[in-house]
Design a protein around this ligand. Sequence first.
Ligand code: APR
Length: 239
Amino acid sequence: MELINKAAQIIKNSKHTTVFTGAGISVESGIPPFRGEGGLWEKYDPKLLDLRYFYAYPQESWTVIKEVFYDFFGKAKPNPAHFAIAEMEKTGIVKAVITQNIDNLHQEAGSKNVFEYHGNSKTLVCMECDEKYSVNENLLKKLPPQCKKCGGLLKPDFIFFGEGIPEHAAKMSALEAETADVFIVIGTTGEVMPACMLPYRAKENGATIIEINPSKSSFTESITDIYLPGKAGEILPLL
Ligand code: APR
């Protein structure tokens, strides 16, 4: 508890606190992480999110994508961690959230200034004409889903391995890493580039790194200043 108080003091006295989240913050919403026990990459082959495979085998790829990211994830709700962060933004403490997650739960919890470093699963985009659709049942009735305008193949608007980071999110996240004097890192192994470079950038620019994770990550022994071991859904409301 006294570590949490210490972290709370630092955050309260900060000029610009930025939150950086990974899959771990959504585990208590019922969404499995990618790595660690019960991780998605233990059950599914990461080729599922390989752009070339998707393009070559859209039917097979979409069947699994629908099962994992829409049938199963789609019903997940924000948990106390998401709500605590939205609250901290409302009180002017948290200036922005950079998330690697595509589950839209920060926005559903009320966070306004959210940069989605890996895109968002709630939108589909046409690979031919760029038309965007917000995902709903009938769009996914027939797989692979087709663009109503040009008949092109629709793809979830989150990045597949090998795809670039959405431009706006990349720019704004880099700015956050330069500006923040406190960077709260929540629920991420810190293994995936280039997202995992952001906490290092923040540290280089003088930010205090506060980390919340039940297990250690690649940040904990290298750049984390205050490590709060535990679940996001328990620690963030206390914080
Ligand atoms: N609260 C906080 N952290 C948790 C919790 C919890 N309740 N449960 C698990 N964690 C932590 C794990 O200890 C681990 O460090 O969440 C992290 C999950 O790690 P990953 O599954 O690797 O998630 P992430 O770091 O976000 O993955 C980055 O990899 O596959 C790509 O694009 C995908 O965005 C994803 C990226």
